[in-house]
Design a protein around this ligand. Sequence first.
Ligand SMILES: Cc1cc2nc3c(=O)[nH]c(=O)nc-3n(C[C@H](O)[C@H](O)[C@H](O)COP(=O)(O)OP(=O)(O)OC[C@H]3O[C@@H](n4cnc5c(N)ncnc54)[C@H](O)[C@@H]3O)c2cc1C
Length: 271
Amino acid sequence: MIEHFHRPVTVRAALGLKRRFTTRAVFLAGGTFVNSNAFPLAPEHCISLAGLKLDRISRSRGGVAIGALCTLQQLIDDRKVPAPLRVAALQVVSRNVRNMATLGGHVASRLPNSDLVPTLVALGAKLALAGSARKVPVLDYVANARAGLITRILVPASGPGRVTACAHHRASANARSLVSAAVSLNPDRGRVRRPVIALGGVGGHVVRLTAVEKRLDGKPLPATDELQALVSRAVRPASDHVASAAFRRHQAGVVVARAFDAARGRKAGPS
Ligand SMILES: Cc1cc2nc3c(=O)[nH]c(=O)nc-3n(C[C@H](O)[C@H](O)[C@H](O)COP(=O)(O)OP(=O)(O)OC[C@H]3O[C@@H](n4cnc5c(N)ncnc54)[C@H](O)[C@@H]3O)c2cc1C
């Protein structure tokens, strides 16, 4: 049970509190995960990040820097944010949740079926962590259960001709995504160059399908059913109370194929 609520006003003070109370403390951003029944910890100390002034978005030649405390709705409303990331944020259907949930909290939640992390991975986004000069790729953070206070999410400018798109499948309008994918590529006279395929909902965290990326690189995109089969064969989801492994595998292929269609400007096929 939370017994102590801390309101640091500097990143340094927030880090100091975390170092002092270690596993008895959690950072609090929008609180949509920390305050939910699904949150696995029972911390005594809550360290609010609200006073850290990490809610700005700035654009430079190199790309866009998004403060970790920016809400998902703020991303959607700000044209400085790359369009594919705004589309991905819109996949979180509840506006009430989007008004509270922050991008830093979203990444740190390491949701296996996140609607935004695949697009961050496809865009090559990195994280600035407090107290470290090194910028950490988003996938590295979510896959390796890295600790660390995220201060900014850095989305590099897309190179010339680079396109990025996402797609998802959910069982009902208000449900969370069962599987969620994002792809980026350079279309080149009917061929796919340097594809990135990121997929959520098929394991403990979002993954990159590097073997499929290699198969596609430099070649014309295969027919939809062939592409779907290629992706389905590359993933090993488990069955759970929401869906069987076979259904998740099938839908993984479908959403990746739809993301490729969207990236190439084609109308995506049915889910
Ligand atoms: C009703 C509901 C519907 C939802 N629907 C969707 C959906 O459709 N699609 C989807 O993808 N997600 C969905 N979500 C998940 C939601 O996106 C996440 O709960 C939210 O993004 C977490 O962000 P937050 O700011 O609320 O984090 P918090 O709950 O404040 O924190 C989450 C975790 O991150 C840590 N943390 C927070 N900020 C930082 C930081 N800057 N650095 C390091 N650690 C930090 C906290 O200590 C905690 O462990 C839904 C959630 C709810 C409650």
